[in-house]
Design a protein around this ligand. Structure first.
Ligand SMILES: Cc1ncc(C[n+]2csc(CCOP(=O)(O)OP(=O)(O)O)c2C)c(N)n1
Ligand SMILES: [Mg+2]
Length: 325
């Protein structure tokens, strides 16, 4: 059981890392347009937490969400095609990188506005509580969102009505180029639910096994009907904020220290040390991840663009305005 789980986690993180590298390559070739925020360094958070969730649970995320979608079962082909703006993408090619969506997988996005995930999660949580559903909502956010009013309003409502929401903070230290201590009086995010009585916990977000265990515990709390929980995962992004940012505001020493804690390398080394996996096992996982992502890029390139640009847009076609007085 332990071996299978480790194998799954390592494959998931290899797939995630390779997927993001390929997305960057395609972006630099001009095949992916718009903003692109990548996840290398943070893989243990999405993998560890979402592998602890049930298929029936709902997920709401900010814009750095390709890996979350993959972990919910949206195929690499459908995610890559969405980045390419193709009709075969999970949002039909209309959303792009920041707006992945799949109702089938209960993956509700992909939102660009900082602090936007909180009220959405509360809405879904309220609906689940009303129908006494056993499902819960996993609400992701960056530490940059905790000074938004929506954070405090939503935690208050979630606690007041005991909504089944697990708030997961992906604390990667930076909000674009600003560090949390420059804008927050209390930098320990897990403590910030105290005004609403929402219990919180901090976990090493570079350790997939720790994140998985902490999420299981937190979900147990939420499932028990005790209301929301706040889990802070401390992690680090190896790339800049987006493809438009080099991340040069970070020192070489800081980068080196954090890269030494790379969640993939750590799990790989531990798996070898403990004898859970062999070098050959790992090589096979690496190869499979590469092939899967190569296929996703091919699929995206060969897919057609959307044909009906007015679909799902709540406005009149431009024709109406032609010849208007
Ligand atoms: C309401 C709002 N204000 C400002 C922005 C511009 N903005 C985009 S990302 C970002 C930083 C967010 O940092 P964090 O929440 O830590 O997420 P991370 O990018 O580190 O994952 C800001 C300020 C925005 N998208 N929405
Ligand atoms: Mg951040």
């Amino acid at each position: 059981m332990q071996r299978d789980l480790i194998k799954q986690f390592l494959y998931d993180m290899l797939l995630a890392r390779r997927f993001e590298e390929a997305a960057a390559e395609q972006y630099t070739q001009g095949k992916v347009a718009g903003f692109l925020h990548l996840y290398p360094g943070e893989e243990a958070v999405a993998v560890g937490s979402l592998r602890a969730a049930e298929p029936g649970d709902y997920v709401v995320t900010p814009y750095r969400e390709h890996v979350h979608a993959l972990m919910r079962g949206v195929t690499p082909n459908a995610v890559m095609a969405e980045l390419f703006g193709r009709a075969t993408g999970c949002s039909g090619g209309y959303g792009g990188s920041m707006h992945l969506f799949s109702a089938e997988h209960r993956f509700l996005g992909g939102y660009a506005i900082v602090g936007e995930t909180f009220p959405l999660a509360i809405g879904v949580g309220y609906w689940l509580a009303m129908k006494q559903s056993p499902d819960v909502v996993l609400c992701y956010f960056g530490e940059g969102a905790v000074n938004q009013g929506t954070f405090h309003e939503s935690l208050n409502m979630a606690a007041l009505w005991k909504l089944p929401v697990l708030f997961i903070c992906e604390n990667n230290r930076y909000q674009i180029g600003t560090e949390i201590h420059r804008n927050s009086a209390v930098t320990e995010v897990y403590k910030r639910g105290c005004a609403s009585g929402v219990p919180g916990k901090h976990v090493d977000g570079m350790d997939v096994l720790a994140v998985h265990q902490a999420t299981q515990d937190a979900l147990q709390h939420v499932h028990s009907g005790s209301g929301p929980f706040l889990l802070e995962c401390e992690t680090y992004r190896f790339r800049g904020h987006s493809m438009a940012d080099s991340g040069a505001y970070r020192s070489a020493l800081e980068m080196a220290e954090l890269k030494a804690r790379d969640p993939l390398l750590n799990l790989r080394n531990r798996a070898l040390q403990e004898g859970w996996l062999s070098e050959d096992d790992i090589e096979a996982l690496f190869k499979k991840a590469h092939e899967t992502v190569d296929e996703a890029v091919r699929f995206a390139e060969q897919s057609p663009p959307p044909t009906d640009l007015y679909k799902d847009i709540y406005t009149q076609p431009l024709d109406v305005y032609r010849g208007a007085p």
